[in-house]
Design a protein around this ligand. Structure first.
Ligand code: GRF
Length: 200
């Protein structure tokens, strides 16, 4: 039986697309059972629709408190009984109701703990870094602070701007995310302190 994945998106959804493409092969062992978003009208939701994957949208602004939204998003995710939740360019920190109920994987376009937050690519460029990259980690309640599962380096080229560097990182990020999600679902994982090990 394929592992059940709920993917959360806020934008273009190219990481989601990479997971959808990989899951076409039964030997990958993963099925995207739903896609959730915090906003309408994004390409990530269109990608899900084209793949006949059910979607849900919960906007923070539609709730009077963050705690209410945290409960609702967790309930929406739970309806699909995921083995793993992937926050793939989802621009919200998930709250305790979701984090306590499911393992959540997050992806970030920098080599953590350097350059956390919403502008990891811009911040690496502004710092003059010569090497940056991407990180796949387990989500916790902090901003990009969870235990690291995998990382890969990407060079910063002399003429890079934020867009060219982010595109180069995203090509690596998609491959890394697909690899990590597949291995975690097929082989399981353990966490000891901050050390994550895939496999039993
Ligand atoms: C990724 O680089 C992700 O790490 C960052 O935003 C980008 C999302 O890209 N937070 P996409 O929506 O998967 O194309």
């Amino acid at each position: 039986m394929a592992g059940r994945l709920v993917v959360l998106v806020s934008g273009s959804g190219t990481n989601l697309q990479a997971l959808l493409d990989a899951s076409v092969d039964p030997s990958y062992g993963v099925r995207v059972v739903a896609v959730g978003a915090d906003r309408d009208g994004i390409e990530g939701l269109s990608r899900a629709a084209r793949a006949n994957v059910p979607t849900f949208v919960e906007k923070l602004g539609d709730y009077s408190t963050r705690a209410e939204w945290d409960e609702v998003i967790s309930t929406r995710i739970a309806a699909y009984e995921p083995d793993l939740v992937v926050s793939a360019g989802f621009m919200k920190i998930l709250g305790k109701p979701t984090l306590d109920a499911f393992p959540v994987l997050n992806t970030h376009p920098a080599l953590l703990p350097s350059f956390p937050g919403a502008h990891g690519v811009r911040d690496a460029l502004a710092h003059g870094a010569k090497v940056t990259g991407c990180t796949v980690m387990l989500a916790d309640e902090g901003v990009d602070t969870g235990p690291i599962v995998a990382q890969e380096a990407v060079p910063v080229l002399p003429d890079d701007d934020e867009a060219t560097l982010h595109e180069r990182i995203k090509a690596v990020e998609r491959r890394l995310l697909v690899d990590v999600v597949g291995r975690m679902v097929r082989e399981g994982w353990t966490v000891s302190g901050r050390t994550v090990r895939i496999g039993k």
